[in-house]
Design a protein around this ligand. Structure first.
Ligand SMILES: [Zn+2]
Length: 483
């Protein structure tokens, strides 16, 4: 089998979070009853005029700056003509030859899809431009429903360079892009609500060859996991075609998640001609250097920089740092907690990535809904750090904090959970355990040292979970060995 290399580029659409739509004052919000958030502008009635949403433009610049793009001092809008039932005007307002942002880059690396570290790499970004979302079609068995609440919602289309070489790299790119858009407050990127959508271009070439092979576009990717699976499937499919001596057709294919395969949607023969021309109803968008500088100065820290800082300042593992920065809300929560108790930041991170995230998952809560406040998590971490309670007790205390919202110091006091590290008190328990479990003690003496875990377990039970387990182990060993 020849050795092939995949060449992957991604086009992403991100809905910009604004109060109102791109060219009218209808609300830009998700979930309202169909066609209740429309007006003559976003319904494309004759004679109406679009008015550009300033905040959408500002957020597009923010997105571009976060991805190190060059920001155009002069850009304009164009009409892209095509016919589809959910496109009311018969054209979409977009940017063709003068996009607002170009020549950016995104850094990928860290822990990859497989849970293993991914090689550090920079993915180029060709351009980022503003456009309006069309309406939404929902296909039923006997009809298609059209909802124009989405018509005119501001979007940025983000086109990457064909710099990715594997499904893992594509996945990492999408995750990095989502993180950046969330951090920059450009979009919530909730894929279930269609706030982030992506199409993947993929071609193969023999390793070492410079020219690209024929590319196939994959649509309908409604999650990053689906994108990863679709790319893996498509690489395999194209290798089989090439091995069989067949040419790759330049198709647009759809991903069917249930079947786990891509299916042809459209062939090159019936590709669209969009007849772009400048939008006559909108003025060009212009920026001065000072305006761009002011936006630049307002940007938040990039997630990758945050990760490096967490590892350097708090001694976190790269994995924990990645989990904590994977959502902006996580990072904000953690930083508030770390501010309250910097010395216990590592324990705070542990409690966050284990107990807190698990509890949120189990109860389908968001961090904002959660009763455990950052200062309380930090206080719990401090109790562990100071060995006031052991880690097993910390789990139980956390469970109660999560349930009731009480602070950990109160819970520990009320339930008398302070860890026993007093050697005299523990020695009494050690003697009791040895007396009650002669068979196990004998086994230990005969070299079956793993039985120590059982004996410690018995001691913890006697102490109702409060004994310092490290001290308990060493004291049981000492007592049995007689030194
Ligand atoms: Zn409207």
């Amino acid at each position: 089998m020849a050795n092939y290399e995949a060449v992957i580029g991604i086009e992403t659409h991100v809905q910009i979070r604004t109060a109102s739509k791109m060219f009218c004052s209808c609300p830009n919000s998700y979930g309202a009853a169909p066609n209740t958030q429309t007006c003559p502008v976003c319904m494309g009635m004759p004679g109406v005029l679009p008015v550009l949403n300033k905040e959408a433009v500002r957020k597009a610049v923010v997105a571009g700056l976060m991805c190190s793009c060059e920001i155009a001092r002069f850009s304009k809008f164009d009409r892209k003509s095509y016919f589809y039932p959910d496109l009311v005007k018969g054209y979409q307002i977009t940017q063709y030859d003068l996009p607002i942002c170009k020549n950016g880059k995104i850094h990928i690396g860290g822990i990859g899809f497989s849970g293993e570290p991914l090689a550090e790499k920079t993915i180029g970004m060709t351009r980022m431009h503003l456009e309006e979302d069309p309406g939404k079609s929902t296909h039923y068995s006997n009809c298609t429903g059209l909802d124009f609440n989405r018509s005119g919602v501001p979007l940025i289309e983000i086109v990457s360079e064909p710099d990715m070489r594997s499904a893992d790299e594509a996945y990492a790119y999408l995750c990095a892009l989502k993180e950046i858009m969330q951090y920059a407050d450009v979009s919530d990127c909730d894929m279930e609500k269609g706030q982030m959508r992506c199409d993947v271009n993929i071609s193969l070439r023999p390793r070492g060859q410079k020219e690209f092979g024929t590319k196939v576009e994959i649509k309908n990717l409604n999650s990053f996991r689906a994108a990863h699976r679709a790319i893996q499937y498509e690489i395999k499919r194209q290798i089989i075609e090439l091995e069989n001596g067949n040419a790759i057709e330049q198709d647009t294919r759809g991903w069917n998640d249930e079947l786990g395969e891509t299916l042809v949607q459209r062939t090159k023969e019936n590709a669209n001609d969009y007849r772009y021309f400048p939008e006559p109803d909108l003025l060009p968008v212009q920026f001065t250097d000072a305006e761009i500088d002011a936006i630049q100065a307002s940007l938040p820290e990039l997630p990758a920089a945050k990760r490096a800082r967490y590892v350097a300042d708090f001694g976190l593992t790269p994995y924990d740092a990645q989990v904590l920065t994977s959502e902006r809300t996580y990072a904000e929560y953690f930083e508030n907690a770390a501010k309250a108790a910097p010395e216990a930041a590592k324990n705070t991170a542990n409690l966050f990535t284990s107990e807190l995230l698990r509890s949120l998952g189990e109860t389908s809560q968001t961090l904002a809904e959660c009763k455990v406040k950052p200062a309380h998590l930090a206080a719990l971490a401090k109790l562990v750090q100071a060995a006031t309670i052991n880690s097993k007790t910390a789990k139980n205390v956390f469970a109660e904090m999560f349930e009731t919202g009480k602070d950990p110091d109160t819970i520990v006091k009320e339930k008398n959970l302070v860890q026993v590290s007093d050697e005299g008190a523990i020695l009494a328990l050690v003697k009791q355990v040895i007396e009650q479990n002669p068979a196990q003690v004998e086994q230990y003496r005969n070299g079956k040292t793993a039985v120590i875990q059982f004996l410690v377990g018995q001691l913890m039970k006697l102490s109702r979970g409060k004994a310092n387990p490290k001290l308990a182990i060493s004291m049981i060993q000492k007592e049995i060995n007689g030194n």
